[in-house]
Design a protein. Sequence first.
Length: 95
Amino acid sequence: MFRAAHAVGAQVRYMGVEIRSLEEFDALRDEWNALVDRAGGGMPYLRHEWLVSWLHGFGRGGALRILIVRNGGTLVAAAPFMLSGRTLVGLPVRA
């Protein structure tokens, strides 16, 4: 698990964490949806429920990687990724 912190003086302000399991992502449901609501735009494809449905439908065989950033304990940024092995003209690539 990746963890990084940015300190200002003696106080940690931002902390980055890498999420690698669906269970960890499920635990973020309410915070994740609150972040989406705060961001505005009404994008249903960013909501936790939609992303979990996508993972169950298309994420098999891939490695879940979600990067989140907290400021003082509050979720302020999130970026979901899925690593998967593919081939391109017979050569292995990471997508």
